[in-house]
Design a protein around this ligand. Structure first.
Ligand code: GLN
Length: 491
C-alpha cells in the first residue's frame, strides 16, 4: 500500500480509541497558532472544532464509528460556504457576510467525522497564482517564507505543507489546487468536472470550477476525495452516479500502463529544473514497467488564451451579484447606481476588476464571436485532442507549474507573467478532466517540484494508481504485493 499518510493515521487511531480527536485538533490548533506569520488562515474556528472533536470522542466511547476521517483536522479554502462562519473569498466586498448554509462538501466532511479548523487565505475570488491578490495580505510558502505558496489556494497548500492540518480542501478553476500544491511540495488533485458538488462553492467560472483535496500523501488525498465525491441533487452539473470506488488504486502497479508525456507542455517556458524532474518521473515509471512515450496534444498550447477569455467571461457574470444590496459591503451613495459603483470600486481589488473588464469585453456585442466564441471553439479542440491522446495512452504526464516557487512581487507588475504560471494546468479544466500534482523531488535550489498526472474524464482510479506509484518510486517506499520494485529516482 501507499504509505499511510498523517490523516489516515489519525483517523485509524481515533476510530480504534487509541487517540482522542481532541488531542488531534489541539495539536493542529497549536501548530496554526505557532505559524501565524505564514498567513495561511483567514479565520480559525477553534471553539467549534474542539466541541466537534469532543462529540467525536464521545461517539467512539459509545461504540459508534464516526467515519473514515474521524477526528482529522481539515482546513477549508475561504470560498467554501460555512454556516455561521464568515466566508470572505479574501475580498473586502464580502466583509461581514456570513453564509446561512453549508456547502455540500462541508456536510460530507461532517458525515465522515472530519473536524474543520478554519478558513484559508487565497487570491481574491480565486483569481491569481500566488495568493498575493488576497485583500488580507499574502500567504508565505513554508518551504521558503520569502517566496509565494502559489495560488489561488495558497493558504490551503501552506496549511498542509507547514504541518498545520493534515488535509485541506481547495478549488481549482485553472490550476488553483495543483499549482500551489506543486510549489509547496504537497499533493493536490482536481476531480473530474461534476464529480464533487459545487453547491456552496462561491462561483468564479462555473464551467471550470471544481473542489478537490490537498494532502501530504497520495493516499490521504484519495481518502479526502472519497469523502467528498458523489452525486448531489443541489448541483445541477453534478454527475448523477456514485463516485467510483478507489479500492486497489493505491496499491496497483504501473506494469504495462501506457503513459504519454505531453510534448506541448514540456517545451518553451518550462524551467530546466522542472523539466529534469519530469524526465526523472517518466524514467522512474518506465523502469517500473510502464510504457512511456511522447504524445502531442496540439490545442494545449492555445489552452491558456482560451482559459483567460472563458474564465473572465464567466466571472464577469458571476460577480455581478456583488452589488451592495445582497452581500457584504455597502458603500452608501445617493442613488442605487452610485451606491453600486462605489461599493464595487471599494470592494474589489485590481485583479478582480481586470478580470471583470476582460470578461465583459470578451462577451460584448461585436467582440463575442472573435473572443468568447473563438475560445469556446478552442475548448472543443482541447477536448478532441485529449480524446485522441487517450486512445493511445491511459494517463498523461506533464509539469504542474513551469517554475518552482517564485519570490514575492516577481510577477505582480506583469499580469501576463502571472497568467503564464497556469500554462500546464488549465487544459484539464477546459476539458473537465481529473489531474493530480505529486511532489517529485526538488530543483537545484532545494524548492519542491510537482509532476502532474492527467487522466480522462472519470479516470480518477487510474490517475490515483499512477500517482501512488510515482510517490513510491520517489520515496523508495515498499511496493505492494505483486508490484514492481522501486527504482532509483531520488530528488
Ligand atoms: N491562476 C488561475 C487564475 O488566475 C487559476 C485560478 C483558479 O484555479 N482558481 O485564474
Amino acid at each position: 500500500m501507499s504509505a499511510a499518510g498523517p490523516a489516515a493515521a489519525i483517523a485509524s487511531a481515533v476510530r480504534a480509541g487509541d487517540r482522542s480527536a481532541i488531542s488531534a485538533v489541539e495539536e493542529s490548533l497549536a501548530a496554526i497558532d505557532a505559524a501565524g506569520e505564514l498567513g495561511a488562515f483567514n479565520a480559525v474556528t477553534a471553539e467549534a472544532a474542539l466541541a466537534r472533536a469532543g462529540a467525536i470522542d464521545r461517539a467512539v466511547e459509545a461504540g459508534e464509528d464516526p467515519g473514515p476521517l474521524a477526528g482529522v483536522p481539515v482546513a477549508l479554502k475561504d470560498n467554501i460556504c460555512t454556516r455561521g462562519v464568515p466566508t470572505t473569498c479574501s475580498s473586502r466586498i464580502l466583509e461581514g457576510w456570513v453564509p446561512p448554509y453549508d456547502a455540500t462538501v462541508v456536510d460530507l466532511l461532517g458525515a465522515a467525522g472530519a473536524v474543520i479548523v478554519g478558513k484559508t487565505n487565497m487570491d481574491e475570488f480565486a483569481m491569481g497564482s500566488s495568493t498575493e491578490n488576497s485583500a488580507f495580505g499574502p500567504t508565505r510558502n513554508p518551504c521558503d517564507p520569502e517566496r509565494v505558496p502559489g495560488g489561488s489556494s495558497g493558504g490551503s497548500a501552506a496549511a498542509v505543507a507547514g504541518g498545520l492540518t493534515p488535509l485541506a480542501l481547495a478549488s481549482d478553476t485553472g490550476g488553483s489546487i495543483r499549482q500551489p500544491a506543486s510549489l509547496c511540495g504537497v499533493v493536490g488533485m482536481k476531480p473530474t468536472y461534476g464529480r464533487v458538488s459545487r453547491y456552496g462553492l462561491v462561483a468564479f467560472a462555473s464551467s471550470l470550477d471544481q473542489i478537490g483535496p490537498m494532502a501530504s500523501t497520495v493516499g490521504d488525498a484519495a481518502l479526502l476525495y472519497s469523502a467528498i465525491a458523489g452525486h448531489d441533487p443541489l448541483d445541477s452539473t453534478s454527475i448523477p452516479e456514485p463516485a467510483g470506488d478507489l479500492t486497489g488504486a493505491l496499491a496497483g502497479d504501473v506494469d504495462g500502463l501506457r503513459v504519454g508525456v505531453v510534448s506541448e507542455l514540456c517545451g518553451d517556458g518550462i524551467d530546466g529544473d522542472v523539466r529534469a524532474r519530469l524526465d526523472a518521473a517518466a524514467t522512474a515509471l518506465a523502469s517500473a514497467g510502464a510504457q512511456v512515450g511522447e504524445v502531442s496534444v496540439p490545442a494545449a498550447v492555445f489552452g491558456l488564451s482560451a482559459y483567460f477569455l472563458i474564465a473572465p467571461a464567466e466571472a464577469s457574470s458571476n460577480l455581478a451579484r456583488y452589488d451592495g444590496v445582497r452581500y457584504g459591503l455597502r458603500v452608501p451613495a445617493p442613488g442605487a447606481v452610485d451606491m453600486n459603483v462605489a461599493t464595487r470600486t471599494a470592494g474589489f481589488g485590481d485583479e478582480v476588476k481586470r478580470r471583470i473588464m476582460l470578461g465583459t469585453f470578451a462577451l460584448s456585442a461585436g467582440y463575442y464571436d472573435a473572443y468568447y466564441g473563438k475560445a469556446q471553439k478552442v475548448r472543443t479542440l482541447v477536448v478532441r485532442d485529449f480524446a485522441a491522446a487517450y486512445e493511445r495512452f491511459d494517463v498523461l504526464l506533464a509539469p504542474t507549474s513551469p517554475t518552482v516557487a517564485f519570490r514575492f512581487g516577481e510577477r505582480t507588475a506583469n499580469p501576463l507573467a502571472m497568467y503564464l504560471s497556469d500554462v500546464c494546468t488549465v487544459a484539464s479544466n477546459l476539458a473537465g478532466h481529473p489531474a493530480i500534482s505529486v511532489p517529485f523531488g526538488s530543483g537545484s535550489d532545494g524548492l519542491p517540484v510537482g509532476v502532474q498526472v492527467l487522466a480522462p474524464a472519470l479516470g480518477e482510479h487510474v490517475m490515483f494508481r499512477a500517482a501512488a506509484a510515482l510517490e513510491r518510486l520517489l520515496t523508495g517506499a515498499q511496493a505492494p504485493e505483486g508490484a514492481t520494485e522501486p527504482v532509483e529516482a531520488k530528488p
